[in-house]
Design a protein around this ligand. Sequence first.
Ligand code: SF4
Ligand code: SF4
Ligand code: SF4
Length: 245
Amino acid sequence: MALHVKQERREFIQYSTLGILGLVLGGGFFGAPYLKAEEKRLRPPGAVEEDLFLSLCIKCGQCLQVCPYHSIELADFGKGYGMGTPYIEARQRGCYLCGALPCVLACPTGALDHHTEKPEDVKMGIAVLASPKTCLAVTREAVPKESIERIYSHPHTRELEEEVLEKLSKFEGKPCTICADMCPLPNPLSAIEMVTTEMGITKPLIKSGCVGCGVCEELCPVATPAIIVMPRESYDSYYTKRENS
Ligand code: SF4
Ligand code: SF4
Ligand code: SF4
């Protein structure tokens, strides 16, 4: 190949690569606010308001390091914005609201606010019974073995994680009350309770003490969880406003 052809080829590859890189970075830069507006992400306990969180978090991963439940993940490029920032994918692993909130204590910048001192102070989101029709309590079906086995595929290398599996296994073949009975708050009844309506339908009722930890979403045995967590919402912002509108 002639020298100038080789050089042109090299320049083409260089400029193409720069062009693609520019598009990708440009897309990330200009597209990120739109992605952020569309998606509310479940953040670890104590996370301050999202814009402030994104500016304070230095992506050190300290919160993730101290979490004994593998609850926290760091956003990769595919998450669209806030690359390297910690978040919780509730269906994979909720937050088990450790008493002393070690993730908050480990945060060196205040992105996880140190005023969040105990599980009841946490404000991650709010649980919602998104699909009452598929809830096993409503349909009066027993908890199937396979749905417990699904949780076994989540990380469980530590004693606390093994304890969750052990508790969960006791629901197999029984009427489902998993979301209410596995809620990790010290007083779970402040957050969720199984109630029976006048029509004789039993279902979970979410209450104002719910902090949105995501454990009910993780453990719900229905293939598409009947109960989910709405990140960055509160009981007032989600339920009270709907009642009043
Ligand atoms: S409270 Fe515990 S389980 Fe929840 S994110 Fe923090 S360290 Fe992990
Ligand atoms: S864990 Fe899921 S299926 Fe079971 S009662 Fe709660 S919402 Fe219904
Ligand atoms: S109801 Fe669900 S999201 Fe709310 S605190 Fe209990 S387990 Fe967490």
